[in-house]
Design a binder for this molecule. Structure first.
Ligand code: ITT
Length: 192
């Protein structure tokens, strides 16, 4: 089957394609605009975007809202991750974290799936780790060069998409999306 993934981020699209296509789901990127509301919950941002797009885009489709949550900064940049990345960038995050002893960080993704009946389902994924004191690696995108996942010594920026997809927040959330599609789509919507 084929599903639309609404994102303007080519890095996300590559990860989701690499995740779902070997499982038999063709992923087509669409950069159509949707509003991202200001709230403290990624789920609500994703749900609102999906709700807004429902009347404008043919279902089924998926979108994801993600962020990096830093313990020492009470979860900042979190839901403001896109804004923070676009303004202060990784350099700014490193400066803010420079004197902090607590380096714990986690990436979170909330993926919204709009099914063929236009019902919205939210799936979440979390990847725990820490932020390092410098940028390392040229792979991935966004905050990847400053984040080391738990149990590893290299950053997401030093991993291939395949390696990142074994453990990432996005991969976990989209695994749930896959499980949902596998279980419900062929039976309820006659799509396989
Ligand atoms: P779309 O909303 O169009 O999908 P975006 O890049 O704006 O693309 P988000 O709002 O979900 O996506 O992302 C918030 C910020 O967090 C943004 O700057 C991303 O680059 C960054 N980000 C999201 N997922 C990431 C990941 O897996 N690795 C590194 N940075 C990530």
């Amino acid at each position: 089957m084929k599903i639309t993934f609404v994102t303007s981020n080519t890095g996300k699209l590559k990860e989701v394609k690499d995740k779902l296509e070997p499982l038999g789901i063709e992923v087509v990127g669409d950069k159509v605009y949707y509003p991202e509301i200001q709230t403290d919950s990624l789920r609500e941002v994703a749900r609102y975007g999906a709700q807004w797009l429902k009347n404008r885009l043919e279902a089924p489709f998926i979108l994801d809202d993600s962020g990096l949550f830093l313990s020492a900064l009470e979860g900042f940049p979190g839901v403001y991750s896109a804004y923070a990345y676009g303004t202060i960038g990784n350099r700014g995050i490193l400066n803010l974290m420079n004197k902090k002893g607590d380096k714990r960080a986690e990436f979170r993704t909330a993926a919204a799936l709009v099914d063929p009946n236009e019902k919205i389902h939210i799936f979440e994924g979390v990847c725990k780790g820490s932020v390092i004191g410098e940028e390392r690696g040229k792979n991935g995108f966004g905050y990847d060069p400053v984040f080391i996942p738990e149990g590893y010594e290299i950053t997401f920026g030093e991993m291939s998409t395949e390696e990142k997809n074994k453990i990432s927040h996005r991969s976990l959330a989209f695994h749930e999306v896959y499980e949902y599609i596998k279980e419900h789509f062929s039976v309820e919507f006659d799509i396989s």
